[in-house]
Design a protein. Structure first.
Length: 278
């Protein structure tokens, strides 16, 4: 419920020449917050009760609500729009956006949760070191992933305002994720190789999370942005659920390398379909 109205609001605030920068800025700080929160909990969990941690978490939540109410205003529109049923609005969505939603859904079928990278890294590194050391390395690598992601989200967002957003999304988002999956098929216990894998994962994730929003803003008219972002979010959630189940099933009953091969194929398909659309 949070993301579609927020994304529609951001798109209305930003001019079309700043979509990448605005969405990159928002995504970067979202990632930083998601990284800082668990780090704070890690350091205080031995000193305060679990109930106190939940109470402390309520404080930034209250401030986030107050900041929207007090510090922001919604620009008055020059004209008002009569309410239309969802299916009426759905039929009015541009065909180019519907095509992008289909392509994005195909990619989500491969876009497994990045916590699986932690599991795979831990499995591979446990073979050459103790379980505790392997776990520590895996957590450190995930912290690196989030750091690279936060930096890349803003950087790639800015770059997309000066270049071809679709090409960046296709190659640095879908294509790079496919290469990541191929690399995971042949991953070893080499720390240097895992560092490279998590850096690539951070860049790819940042590109997709930022440019799918900015590219959608390019395709959607102002009057249908809420509907469009709602559809994008719904299909993203459903596709991700199905994709994670499929990847987990293949991983569990066959092998991790087969699961990554499946993800690489669907990533490549999404990249090609996005590139051939004019």
């Amino acid at each position: 419920m949070r993301e579609p109205p927020r994304d529609a609001w951001l798109a209305s605030i930003a001019g079309n020449q700043h979509y990448g920068k605005v969405f990159g800025f928002q995504r970067a700080f979202d990632t930083v917050g998601a990284l800082i929160g668990p780090i704070i909990v890690f350091f205080i969990i031995n000193h305060v009760s679990l109930r106190s941690i939940f109470f402390i978490s309520l404080i930034p939540g209250i401030f986030s609500v107050l900041s929207i109410i007090v510090l922001t205003t919604e620009t008055d529109k020059n004209e008002t729009y009569a309410y239309k049923p969802f299916f009426t609005q759905f039929k009015e969505l541009p065909s180019s956006f519907i095509y992008f939603v289909i392509v994005r859904t195909i990619f989500t079928l491969a876009n497994f949760d990045r916590t699986l990278l932690i599991l795979h890294a831990q499995e591979m590194l446990t073979g050459t070191s103790s379980a505790i050391i392997a776990t520590s390395w895996a957590i450190g690598l995930y912290a690196l992933f989030n750091l690279v992601r936060a930096i890349s989200e803003y950087t790639i967002g800015v770059l997309s305002d000066y270049g071809n957003r679709k090409l960046l999304l296709a190659f640095a988002g879908f294509g790079l994720f496919g290469l990541l999956c191929i690399g995971l098929m042949f991953a070893t216990a080499s720390i240097l190789r895992w560092l490279l894998i998590f850096i690539i994962a951070g860049i790819s994730t940042a590109t997709v999370s930022t440019l799918e929003k900015a590219y959608s803003a390019d395709l959607l008219p102002d009057t249908l942005r809420g509907t469009g972002y709602g559809l994008l979010q719904a299909t993203d959630g459903m596709g991700t659920l199905i994709g994670n189940i499929l990847v987990g099933f293949i991983w569990h009953y066959y092998a991790a390398s087969y699961a990554f091969a499946y993800a690489a194929i669907f990533s490549a398909l999404a990249m090609v379909l996005l590139l051939i659309k004019k």
